[in-house]
Design a binder for this molecule. Structure first.
Ligand code: ATP
Ligand code: MG
Length: 400
């Protein structure tokens, strides 16, 4: 069945008053961008507190639903059949045809249903109750195993009498959340692992626009490891929209740390410099916070003590959406959003190359600062060079 329109349902909690039109306008513009990638022409419009997507001509329903189901802020999508008003008998025929196509497998066995009619156009010769009752009867005539249940029906058939008549019953689940762009922007520390793409997805879901930074260490990390991160950004961008990705060469800083600091502190010191650099780019991009994929206790650098020491270098808030998640829970999300297969590709990460056998799990800030003082003579210029040589690219959504 080809649907001619899609009715967009969105959550309304917290979007009252002035915020409401910002929410709706942003949602409309995110829907338009998402549909740019779908073949066909679509008109998106706001009407009476609703958003309609109307297809102008040919399109693929599944592709359209797929694109819409990745737009944050959408709670549900109802595929709509439009029909012209050519009298009640014609309407009843379209309704029966609709039920046959939509519920063919269930119709013979029977299901419970109710018809809900709304008249936006009051000059229709029957009122809403009459239309619902009469359509109910026609359905029962053809499908005697079905039954009307007004309290908890399996199928609710919506009939809306407007200039045209809208029919819909099915709701495809949307991702929920808030439209990207309604909640400021943040800098995601994006590695090639499983966690950080999920952290980015979850942050974008709350309406935050993402920038990202990736630290690589050529020649210790390969071109393919870098490409993997770009690919992950492109998958996250399917939900979050285009991502500005800074690719920072971290090799010299890492070598200096390796050279001058105790090896059991390498990871923690390295992470402090990563955060500092990330904050530098975040300030340039006017971000309001940093986002990482850390979760308590996952590795030595993610104990509460380690994160306190890492955090200490930042003046911006650091958001850790996965902080209380188990690994399996994170994996489940990464599978759902489509990053998992890419994340598990076995390319080296700059953190793993210089890693100590027995890293400290309860670092002491004083002692870390003392170790870092050995870098004083070199770190300034190395930091500046890492900033100056960073490559910035815009990563757009990659379709499956
Ligand atoms: P992930 O699966 O996201 O790589 P991880 O379990 O490997 O996480 P760590 O390597 O300790 O954990 O990294 C913790 C967080 O630090 C990551 O989630 C990410 O936000 C950031 N991070 C780590 N390595 C890099 C990198 N090379 N570039 C950018 N950010 C990084
Ligand atoms: Mg990692």
């Amino acid at each position: 069945m080809q649907y001619q329109a899609f009715l967009i349902k969105y959550g309304e909690i917290g979007v009252k008053g002035k915020n409401r039109h910002v929410f709706e306008d942003t949602l409309v513009s995110r829907i338009r961008s998402a549909l740019d990638a779908v073949e066909g022409t679509f008109a998106v419009r706001k009407e009476n507190g609703r958003i309609y997507v109307e297809a102008e001509g040919d399109h693929d329903d599944e592709d359209t639903l797929d694109a819409l189901s990745r737009v944050f802020g959408i709670v549900g999508i109802c595929p709509v059949v439009l029909t012209r008003d050519e009298g009640f008998d014609a309407l009843a025929a379209v309704v029966l045809d609709y039920i046959k196509t939509e519920f063919a497998q269930h119709a013979d066995r029977g299901f419970t249903f109710k018809v809900v009619t709304r008249r936006a156009r009051k000059n229709y010769p029957m009122d809403s109750m009459e239309i619902s009752a009469a359509l109910g009867e026609r359905i029962l005539d053809v499908y005697p195993n079905c039954a009307v249940d007004v309290h908890a029906p399996q199928v609710t058939l919506h009939v809306e009498i407007r200039n045209q008549i809208n029919l819909y019953s099915r709701t495809v689940k949307g991702p929920g959340g808030m439209p990207v762009g309604t909640a400021g922007r943040a800098m995601l520390l994006l590695s090639g692992g499983i966690d950080s793409p999920v952290a980015g997805y979850m942050t974008a879901k709350r309406g935050v626009k993402l920038d990202a930074v990736y630290f690589h260490a050529p020649p210790y990390t390969s071109e393919r490891a870098k490409q993997k991160v770009i690919d992950l950004a492109a998958i996250v961008a399917r939900y979050a929209g285009p991502i500005r990705l800074h690719i920072v060469n971290f090799t010299q800083i890492q070598l200096a740390i390796y050279d001058k600091c105790p090896h059991d502190q390498l990871t923690i010191i390295m992470r402090r410099y990563m955060m500092k650099l990330a904050e530098h780019f975040a300030q340039e991009d006017e971000d309001l916070g940093l986002v990482t994929g850390e979760s308590i206790g996952q590795v030595a650098s993610q104990t509460m003590q380690s994160m306190a020491v890492t955090n200490e270098v930042c003046s911006m808030p650091v958001y850790r959406p996965l902080i209380a998640f188990d690994k399996q829970e994170i994996i489940d999300i990464s599978e759902k959003i489509g990053t998992y297969e890419t994340s598990i590709l076995p390319f080296e990460d700059c953190c793993t190359i210089f890693v100590a056998k027995h890293p400290v799990t309860k670092p002491n800030l004083k002692s870390i600062r003392k170790s870092e003082s050995h870098l004083e003579a070199v770190i300034g210029p190395l930091f500046e060079e890492a900033v100056a040589t960073a490559e910035t690219i815009r990563v757009s959504a990659k379709e499956e």
